[in-house]
Design a binder for this molecule. Structure first.
Ligand code: ADP
Length: 520
């Protein structure tokens, strides 16, 4: 028991609980030492002397246990006032030790001492301390703030209560009934439960129990094998024992070393993961701040942009007088640039709506064939300007009706067609509608720059843009596909891309259910 306590003490020299555990072990060892003298000595003067002291040591063990439990759980020392009161109770006992009130006489022939009134005083005190510890521990368990705290308190309580039961309990019981065998069982318990308390210190003070276990195992094994030398007489057996001992030392050393490395790695990992968690937290806060900023900024941007659009339209229509063809041409360019700006602001607004969960969806029965026709009509001119073909493939026999949000789905398909035209230098774009089981599938197939396989997983992420697009000089934010994916998912559908690779064209698919499920 002393060995365990010393081990824990040297691992945590500066912690009060490991010091207290060492004191408990010292007090208990002292008690055992006195007890051995009591049972083995024949000189009644020696027996009288140690018998008068042993009760004080016993009391010391229970006071120290209470002190230990408090320090272990509260992580602080008890107040000075408190120490004075307990010290007072104990010193009162100390002064009376050499008097007749403690041990009046000792009869060697039947090994019995005549004990005075002080015995009752010490029993009451010991019982009082024991109850105090139990009540204190129960209150701590009840008021524990989290499960970790509660677990720790329950473990400690079990250790401490069994420790007290096996030491003070069996002691008091034996001295009342004079059945001293019970006390002997109790003494074994004391060692077991003190080892348990040592384990708790080790476990909750963050140095690794595995290490402790391995060291204890190896030392135990070496002692066990070494002790064989005292019993083995035969020379061959002595050599065999010697070899076993050397092997145990070598493998034991290797085991301890490998565990040490593992423990160090684990500690490093733990530290790294806690740093990562902090960084992650920081990132989340930044991300929130960014969303907030985007939302405010885009709302402020939208109003003046709409005003610019309105005024340019009025000028172009001639509301402010006739304008020259040259100015008209310039103004048209201003108008188009302004349109792109409005689109961009709209993308950012969509992003902030999605991220704050404020995007609203309106479900109604619509004809997707009609929607695609409208989109085709809007883009056919732009395709022609770029010398690209734009096709719409519809199966006239199919209804193509779905319950979904008309504006949202149109926005997503338009964006895909827009992308198709943007990222296709030659060839064309095809919009194709089909019905697949209970769903409608819209495919936007182009013959453009395609998507390299390694980019596919990131394509639908926020602000993600392919690395090949720079040479196309195509404007954009990398938000369209992200917003589209969020919208389609909210509509109960899915969106994905297929491409044979760079410059092999790409096909974007949208699939939406014809009917919306319950509660949507
Ligand atoms: P943006 O077009 O504004 O960059 P998107 O989210 O719409 O943003 O698209 C993200 C990226 O996906 C594009 O930057 C491009 O690299 C790639 N991409 C989208 N559509 C196509 C397409 N039809 N062909 C090839 N690449 C595409």
């Amino acid at each position: 028991m002393l060995a365990i306590a010393l081990f824990v003490y040297f691992k945590n020299k500066y912690s009060l609980d490991s010091k207290l555990l060492l004191f408990i072990a010292l007090a208990f060892s002292l008690w055992t030492f006195f007890d051995i003298i009591l049972w083995t000595n024949n000189d009644s003067r020696n027996i009288m002397f140690f018998w008068s002291l042993i009760n004080l040591v016993e009391l010391l063990v229970s006071v120290l246990t209470l002190y230990f439990a408090y320090v272990f759980l509260e992580k602080k020392d008890v107040s000075f006032k408190f120490k004075l009161i307990i010290g007072g109770l104990m010193s009162f006992f100390v002064f009376l030790i050499p008097t007749k009130l403690n041990i009046a006489s000792f009869l060697l022939f039947n090994c019995e001492a005549q004990q005075g009134i002080l015995l009752n005083y010490y029993r009451i005190l010991e019982a009082f301390f024991s109850f105090w510890i139990v009540i204190y521990l129960f209150r701590k368990i009840k008021n524990a703030i989290n499960t970790e705290e509660r677990k720790k308190t329950i473990f400690l309580s079990l250790g401490v209560i069994f420790f007290i039961l096996s030491f003070s309990g069996t002691n008091i019981y034996s001295s009342i009934t004079t059945q001293w065998e019970i006390l002997q069982y109790g003494l074994f318990g004391v060692v077991v439960f003190m080892s348990f308390l040592a384990y708790l210190i080790v476990k909750f003070q963050a140095f690794n129990i595995k290490m402790f276990g391995a060291q204890a195992l190896v030392v135990g094994l070496i002692i066990l094998i070494g002790s064989q030398f005292f019993f083995v007489r035969n020379f061959t057996n002595q050599i065999l024992t010697g070899i076993t001992l050397v092997l145990a030392v070598v493998f034991g050393w290797a085991l301890i070393r490998s565990i040490k490395i593992e423990v160090e790695r684990k500690n490093q990992l733990q530290e790294m993961s806690s740093r990562l968690a902090q960084a992650n937290d920081q990132l989340r806060k930044l991300d929130n701040a960014k969303s907030e900023f985007i939302s405010i900024a885009s709302h402020q941007l939208r109003t003046p942009l709409t005003a610019i659009k309105g005024f340019i339209s009025l000028i172009l229509e001639g509301s402010y007088g006739k304008i020259s063809a040259e100015i008209k041409d310039v103004l048209n360019k201003v108008y188009l640039s302004n349109e792109r700006l409005i689109e961009l602001v709209e993308d950012l607004l969509n992003l902030s709506r999605i991220e704050s969960g404020r995007m609203e969806y309106k479900f109604e029965k619509i004809n997707l064939g009609e929607v695609c026709q409208e989109i085709y009509d809007t883009f056919v001119l732009r395709a022609k300007e770029k010398n690209l073909d734009l096709d719409l493939v519809l199966d006239k026999n199919l209804a193509m009706e779905a319950v979904t949000d008309r504006n949202k789905i149109r926005e997503v398909i338009s964006n895909l067609v827009d992308n198709g035209l943007k990222y296709t230098p030659k060839g064309g774009v095809k919009i194709k509608l089909t019905e697949v089981e209970e769903k409608i599938q819209i495919a936007i197939i182009d013959t453009g720059i395609g998507v390299p396989e390694e980019e596919i997983p990131y394509l639908f992420s926020k602000f993600s843009r392919g690395k090949d697009i720079s040479r196309l000089n195509a404007g954009g934010t990398g938000l369209g596909l992200y917003v589209g994916k969020k919208m389609i998912e909210a509509l109960g559908g899915r969106i994905w891309v297929q491409s044979a690779g760079a410059n092999m064209g790409s096909t974007f698919f949208i699939e939406v259910p014809k009917e919306q499920g319950e509660g949507e």
